[in-house]
Design a protein around this ligand. Structure first.
Ligand SMILES: Nc1ncnc2c1ncn2[C@@H]1O[C@H](COP(=O)(O)OP(=O)(O)OP(=O)(O)O)[C@@H](O)[C@H]1O
Ligand SMILES: [Mg+2]
Length: 352
């Protein structure tokens, strides 16, 4: 273990966690100290395998996890210069996610726990996305000081959740998407525009410098509710592409992508800021794959009066360090799980 120069002040007992994550199409393992300091964070992405299908192919994902999981865990320990015996606990993503993918990480973590005698902690993947905001690499990334109560937005491939967080591990789920998740909308619209999977980074890239008011795509404000909806927006983009194709004009892809991106960003930013104000939040936190979006990050920083925490880019999308961060919070408070723990593919944050 590399000596930590930048020690974290914590009220909880110190602990080193080996974390394993395999909820979707990233096979990942990490070593995290005290829920905040990243000693290693190895991610083997399967994105190129799934690109030919335009989305994640569940069976391909679980088989690829099986091929890579142990070497990824091994790399995480080696990069942190530790062995299993230096760890205090093993954290593993229990759900939500693809059942066949979750089972691979769960079984690998159980095997290591049995072999080493270390306690096992199952963690919620959405909660883990939130806890990515507490992580940093000593000497590389700045340490964020997050203040409660806080308004948190999780925007990922499968979820869009507005969560009021009163304290560590205390959540009040305010709203969710009624149809597509924000990341799912990016992926589907990218496919409509013939852009590569994953759609979010492709849309961001082609939108750079393009007019984002070229198309007035609808914003579903759903006044009086903290829920979201993106299917109407997706249909509006589809209709526009059909209209343009029927008139045999070339698709203005950059302008369509930029206008779509702005419509998503507008709703996410405005509703989160409004909720933060109404619930008297001290800070705002944005996490999940879509929080890597440059425009979303910019708009949050310029429109919010409150401090907005958004994780470093490599911590926005799936990784195991974030599972280690929340695993620490639970383990240090005395929680752990038995060997008959099962995966929970549909585990809402509201049940935590
Ligand atoms: N720069 C970006 N702009 C917009 N979207 C992005 C960007 N980078 C990644 N995404 C989107 O983030 C999603 C992947 O995020 P993440 O890894 O958190 O999702 P997931 O783990 O598949 O879903 P969940 O966390 O809900 O289970 C994809 O839909 C992808 O298109
Ligand atoms: Mg995720």
């Amino acid at each position: 273990m590399v000596n930590t120069l930048d020690q974290v002040t914590i009220d909880l007992p110190p602990a080193r966690i080996l974390a394993v994550e395999s909820s979707c199409d990233e096979t990942a393992a990490a070593v995290v100290e005290n829920g905040r300091i990243i000693h290693s964070n190895v991610v083997a992405s399967q994105a190129s395998l799934h690109a030919q299908f335009g989305g994640v192919f569940p069976e391909v994902a679980s088989r690829q996890h099986i091929r890579t999981i142990y070497s990824v865990i091994d790399q995480a320990l080696k990069k942190a210069h530790v062995s299993l015996s230096d760890m205090d606990a093993i954290a593993v993503t229990r759900g939500p996610g693809l059942p066949g993918s979750l089972v691979v990480g769960m079984n690998a973590a159980k095997g290591l726990a049995i072999a080493s005698g270390l306690p096992l902690v199952g963690v919620n993947h959405l909660e883990a996305h939130l806890y990515s905001a507490w992580l940093y690499e000593a000497g590389v990334q700045p340490k964020m000081e997050v203040e409660f109560p806080l308004m948190a937005l999780i925007v990922s491939g499968g979820h869009t959740e507005l969560v009021f967080m009163e304290d560590h591990l205390k959540y009040q789920s305010l709203g969710t998407t009624l149809d597509d998740a924000a990341g799912e909308a990016f992926d589907k619209v990218a496919r409509l525009l013939n852009l590569e999977y994953p759609g979010g980074p492709s849309i961001q890239k082609i939108s750079e410098g393009a007019d984002d008011e070229a198309f007035q795509f609808p914003r579903a404000w759903l006044e009086g509710s903290w829920n979201f909806s993106f299917s109407g927006l997706k249909t509006a983009v589809l209709r526009e592409t059909q209209k343009i194709k029927a008139s045999r004009r070339p698709l203005p892809v950059p302008e369509m992508a930029a206008s779509f991106q702005m419509a998503v960003v507008d709703v996410l930013v405005e509703k989160t800021i409004k909720a933060a104000d109404q619930f008297s939040a001290k800070h705002v936190l944005v996490a999940g794959g879509v929080s890597a979006n440059r425009r979303l990050r910019q708009e949050f920083q310029t429109r919010s009066k409150l401090h907005v925490h958004i994780p470093a880019l490599d911590l926005c999308t799936d990784n195991a360090a974030m599972a280690g961060a929340v695993g620490y919070q639970r383990f240090a408070r005395g929680q752990n799980d038995s060997m008959d723990m099962d995966v929970l593919p549909n585990w809402p944050i509201a049940e935590l």
